[in-house]
Structure formats: C-alpha cells, structure tokens
Ligand binder design. Structure first.
Ligand SMILES: Nc1ncnc2c1ncn2[C@@H]1O[C@H](COP(=O)(O)OP(=O)(O)OP(=O)(O)O)[C@@H](O)[C@H]1O
Ligand SMILES: [Mg+2]
Length: 509
C-alpha cells in the first residue's frame, strides 16, 4: 500500500465520522467508539482508549477502552498528571513515546496494573475552546513498529472530531433539559402535572389511556397510594375532546357528607345556616369538561344514590333547590381502596360500583416498573435542582442502585420526596446513597419479588443481573456475553426484550 492509498483511507474515514457526528447526538458513546476504533485502525495500534475529565473531581475516567484488556482498564481512573494520559490532560499537549522504558511518566500507567505493558504510546488531548476535556491514546504500534509524526497528526484530527461530538452531545442534552423544564413549567402553570415514564408496563397503560380518552365512558382508576392515579386522570382528560374545557377535581374523602354534597352539587341561598348565597357545585363547574372523583371508595353511603343518578342521567339538584340541573360531564373516579371488598362489606353500593367500573385501569406499583424509577428520579432531580438553584446534576451509580433496589411502599410520591430531600442535603454534584436516607429499607429480595408471578420475578432478576454484568464491561456486549456464557446475539435480544437501558449521566453530563 502506497502512502497516497493510506491517506485516502484516512480521509475516507474522516468523512464518514464527520457524517456520523452530525447525524446523531443521542448516542454519544457509539460515536466515540467509532472514532476510537477508526483512529486505532488507521494508526495501526493494538489498543486504545478515550478518557474524559470529570470536572467534579478533576479525575480522568475511561469512557472507551479497546483491546484485549479493555474491560479491566475501564474500571480504573487517573489523577490529573498521573501516567501518560494524565500528563497529556494536565499539560494539554500531545505526547508520542516510542520507548516507554525510558519515560518516567509511563511508570505508573494503568497498562502495568492490568498486565498490558505498552512499548509505544500516542496520546493527544481533546479540546473544547482550548480547554482539555479528555484524552485519546493509542498503544503499541503493530509488529513492533514505532508511531511517527504522521500518526500523531492524524490522531489529533480524530481527537478534534471526538471533542466536537462530545460538545454537540452535551449542548444537545442541555437544550433538551431546558425544553423539558420549560414544558414542566407550562404544565404546572396550567394546573397539570408532567407525566414521566419509561417502563413497558406504563407504556401499555398509556396506550389504554389513548383508547379510552376520546370515548365518553366512565373510567375507574385503581392502584396503591402514590402511583400516579391523578396523573392518569389528567391524561385522559387532556387527550379527550374535552381538553379545552375544565378538569375539576373533588376529593371525596376530604369532607363530611353534608359539606361534600354541597361541594359536588352546589346549594341555594338559605339551604342551611352558612348558605348565604346561591353557589354552583363542582358538577356544574365541570360542564363540558371532566370531573375527577378522587378517593371514590370513601364516598359516604348517604351520597352514593345521588351519585348513581348523576352518572346515569347527568342530572341533579342543588342542595335546597327543587329544579333539576343537567350537565354534560365526563366522569373519572379513582381509589386506592379495595372497592370490591367495600362492596362485599356493604360500604359501597354494588350498582354504583358497576356503573363506575365500565373501564377499569389498574396502575402498577412503582417497584414493579424499575425503568420508571430511573426516569422519574432524574426528572425530579432536575426539577428540584432548578427550584433550589443547586448545582446537582445526577445520581452516583451507588445512589441509583439504592433507588432501584428499594421497595417504594409510598410509590412515586415517596420517590419524589426522597429526591427532593436528597437535592437539599447533597453537598456534591451527584447525589450519594447516604443523601437518600433510605437506610435499612432496601427491600430484601423476598419483598422485591413478593406478590409477583414466577415469570415477572425471573424477568426482574434477569434485568438486574444483566445490567450489572453490562456495567462491569462498559456495556460491551461481546465481553458481557462471554462472561455470562451466552451468545452475543442472544444477549442483544435479551437487552431489547427486557428493555435494559444504561443508567444515564456517566460521561456526557
Ligand atoms: N408518572 C409520573 N410522572 C411524574 N410524576 C408522577 C408520576 N406518577 C406520580 N407522580 C407524582 O407523584 C405524586 C403522587 O401522584 P398522584 O397524586 O397521582 O398519586 P395517586 O395515585 O393519586 O395517590 P393517592 O392514592 O395517594 O391519591 C404526585 O406528586 C405526582 O406528581
Ligand atoms: Mg390521588
């Protein structure tokens, strides 16, 4: 191969990488991996790595490590100034060492620790606005050859490309965060909650919501306390043809029967001592919109017959009035109580129950949807960081692990509170496990699997087991499959089928 040929190959690769960088900002790791792989191939190195400076502690972490000892290398980090890569980061200058035995900077390099001694090294800084944000290094030119100036110059070009990719991804992430927070602000201003989810279970629930929303049917939302029943009710309203009209909430457990009746249906002046003027009830306020009857299981028996009539005929009278009022209202009810048991005990009318139970939706508890734990925790963290003006950007791996293994008896509400508290307490950029104050409550396995089918439990176990193995190998499927002694293609299928995702926020900030 002549020199011109080699350069052509390098140019070609550069153009490909350029296209890649401009096409996809969401999978930074994949782009960086391509860059490092190409750089290694074109400089004929045997191993390579890309390290990023973590601004929190000024250490260098291996983001990508290719070569036979890659997975082991990835577990290490370097102090600024430590080893060749540390020197490059500290001095923000490239380095070419072809006789490592003679170079004191090499003495403490990672290669020695993992039994992969390097005889020749190329290391160049990645720069954003002249500041070093990381280092790419290539080790051991093949066949005992030495790296030359040409290799170094090309590696600098590739490092430049990698820096652009990182910068793009970080900017993209920042903009996305900004948009998410603004959207959240808009939702809040309009009196609604932002709904966040990532689990297949919630995905199915929301598909049902899409289907029931445009109908006029009554919906009964069931689920433990704090799972998000009210948010589902909001979604049904917002996705219905009534979205532009009011969404009126009533908590049926909050008031004694007499007051609740007037709250729901209104009253006329003089109907009772405090009725100094006519007043419209919540059903009237909800005209053309949706009424959300929360805690319907606690609706006093005395009001249940009236409620049945409203549901059937959309007709009622204000307290103290004789003429009937008819409204156009869609009814959504929710309860965390075992309403069938209430019916059996005679505390809830069976005819009302049947009327309400036309379209039941059951929201699964948070512990059964681990993907939502990650997503929600990150969402709440961003929201509270903004509200409290604290520079907290994510969770440490251990903190996220603690969140995922906790049982969450109070569901999303409890998670929200835990994250809020941790943001307030946190003295670091990342939330640490001790900030979460979940002490001792981590659900032991028995609890984690309690009440689940064998199939669900096995899937839950598989998910956690595989995720941890992937984490150990820096999400390298080939290496992970080898450890687990399964085919790589089977591993990829499991990752896809079980919706296993990498925890966010490790490198791209
Ligand atoms: N998917 C979600 N995305 C964002 N926030 C959520 C989600 N689910 C629940 N929350 C938050 O958790 C808290 C509890 O949710 P919600 O009030 O809907 O629970 P609930 O099921 O009605 O509970 P309860 O039975 O105790 O009334 C709320 O502050 C809500 O904002
Ligand atoms: Mg509620």
């Amino acid at each position: 191969m002549g020199l011109a040929q080699v350069d052509l190959d390098r140019f070609q690769t550069l153009i490909e990488i350029n296209a890649l960088i401009n096409s996809d900002f969401s999978d930074l790791r994949a782009v960086l991996k391509r860059i490092v792989e190409s750089a290694m191939r074109l400089t004929e190195g045997e191993a390579s790595s890309l390290l990023l400076v973590n601004p929190e502690n000024n250490k260098l972490y291996f983001e990508i490590a290719l070569g036979s000892k890659g997975p082991q290398v990835q577990q290490f980090s370097l102090e600024m100034g430590e080893g060749i890569a540390g020197w490059v980061a500290q001095h923000n200058r490239s380095l070419m060492v072809n006789d490592t035995d003679e170079d004191p900077r090499h003495m403490r390099d990672i290669g020695r620790k993992v039994g992969y001694p390097a005889s020749s090294i190329l290391a160049v800084p990645m720069r954003v606005k002249d500041r070093c944000i990381g280092v790419i290094e290539i080790l051991n030119k093949r066949d005992g050859l030495m790296f030359d100036e040409d290799d170094l110059q090309w590696l600098e070009i590739f490092a430049n490309q990698a820096a652009i990719a990182i910068q793009n991804a970080r900017t993209f992430q920042q903009v996305r965060n900004e948009v998410d927070l603004l959207q959240d602000q808009v939702n809040t201003d309009q009196g609604y909650h932002t709904m966040v989810w990532a689990s297949p279970a919630m995905g199915e629930e929301l598909q049902l919501v899409e289907r029931v929303a445009p109908t006029e049917s009554t919906v009964l939302i069931l689920g433990e306390s704090g799972v998000g029943k009210e948010l589902i009710a909001e979604q049904i309203h917002l996705k219905s043809n009534r979205a532009k009209h009011p969404f009126i909430r009533v908590n049926c457990a909050a008031l004694p029967a007499a007051l609740l009746e007037s709250e729901l249906f209104g009253h006329v002046k003089g109907a009772f001592t405090d009725a100094v003027s006519d007043r419209r009830g919540r059903f009237e306020l909800a005209d053309r919109g949706t009424i959300f009857l929360d805690e319907i299981g606690d609706l006093p028996l005395a009001l249940q017959a009236k409620m049945l009539r409203v549901i059937q005929e959309k007709t009622f009278e204000r307290v103290g009035a004789s003429e009937s009022i008819t409204v156009d209202v869609r009814i959504i009810a929710a309860t965390n109580r075992d309403i069938e048991a209430l019916v059996e005990e005679g505390e809830f009318r069976s005819d009302l129950y049947y009327r309400l139970n036309v379209l039941p939706l059951s929201i699964p508890p948070l512990r059964q949807r681990p993907e939502d734990i990650t997503e929600l925790a990150e969402f709440f963290l961003k929201r509270f960081a903004r509200e409290t003006n604290k520079h907290v950007t994510g969770f440490s791996d251990e903190a996220m692990e603690a969140l995922l293994s906790y049982n969450w008896p109070g569901n999303v509400r409890e998670l929200e509170n835990a994250v809020e508290r941790s943001v307030v307490i946190s003295r670091h950029e990342r939330v640490m496990p001790e900030d979460l104050l979940l002490h001792g409550n981590e659900g032991p396995d028995a609890e984690r699997y309690q009440g689940k089918s064998l199939k669900d439990s096995i899937n839950l176990f598989k998910r956690q087991f595989i995720r941890r193995a992937l984490d150990r190998h820096g999400w390298n499927h080939t290496e992970t499959a080898r450890e687990l002694q399964i085919q790589r293609s089977y591993l990829s299928k499991l990752v896809k089928d079980l919706h296993i995702k990498q925890h966010k926020g490790d490198s791209s900030q």
